[in-house]
Ligand binder design. Structure first.
Ligand code: SAH
Length: 220
């Protein structure tokens, strides 16, 4: 795949920028430096690939801003080998970043076209520890539960109970909660006694998490 010295240099600049904005986890910074974000964008947006902004990826959806990807990844406290459930594969960029951090990723997307495209790209990039699923993120993946970590990359109107149940005791969920244009980033910890603690981490803006209807999901 086409990843040039120019792209590598632009990524180094991007890493410096998000570091300045407060990201310090070396695993996150190394992953952002490693993953060729330009390959996750339509060619029309190539010149913007390494700016710290979100972009359209088709179907009315967006690839998150690199800072947001880094911020959620840092809050997730990823350890090598962690089993991570992601809701909202989108372009696949966040999955690739988690893969580069050493996580084993299970990612769900409700748009068939986006799912197909991301799955193919992640395979081509050799992200062997990412498994893509076409389905409804509200339901999670009970067959593969429990997960060490769960990350939701769309605006959730509430915290889905099915997802809380699929989190391991001691596990962490990062979820932007809220309807409308602004969401509050929440870090939910499932304590070993199965009680939850929740902490708020600032305002963000995501595309909405929408319930997939049965007719949309023909195979999971
Ligand atoms: N993580 C993505 C960001 C994608 S934007 C990236 O790195 O590019 C959020 C994505 O969540 C969109 O692709 C949207 O289609 C998807 N989504 C929305 N509701 C969903 C649901 N109920 N289940 C699964 N995916 C959903």
């Amino acid at each position: 795949m086409n990843d040039t010295f120019k792209h590598v240099a632009l990524r180094k600049k991007l890493v410096a920028e998000i570091k300045k904005k407060g990201i310090s986890d070396p695993l996150v910074l190394q992953a952002i430096e490693k993953v060729p974000r330009h390959l996750f964008l339509d060619s029309t947006f190539l010149q913007f690939a390494y700016q710290d902004t979100a972009f359209q990826i088709g179907e009315g959806q967006t690839i998150s801003q690199p800072f947001t990807v880094a911020y959620q990844s840092e809050l997730l406290e990823v350890k090598k080998g962690d089993k991570v459930l992601e809701i909202g594969t989108g372009s696949g960029y966040q999955s690739a970043v988690l893969n580069a951090m050493g996580a084993r990723v299970y990612s769900i997307e409700r748009h068939k076209k986006l799912h197909d495209k991301a799955k193919k790209l992640l395979e081509e990039l050799g992200c062997i520890n990412v498994k893509c699923f076409y389905g409804d993120g509200y339901k999670g993946l009970p067959a593969f539960a429990p997960f060490d970590k769960i990350i939701i990359t769309a605006a959730a109107p509430y915290i889905p109970n099915d997802l809380l149940e699929q989190l391991k005791p001691g596990g962490i969920m990062i979820i932007p909660v809220g309807e409308g244009t602004v969401q509050v980033m929440k870090k939910i910890k499932k304590n070993p006694d199965n009680q939850y603690t929740s902490t708020d981490y600032g305002n963000f803006s995501f595309v909405p998490m929408v319930k997939a209807t049965d007719w949309q999901i023909k195979s999971i």
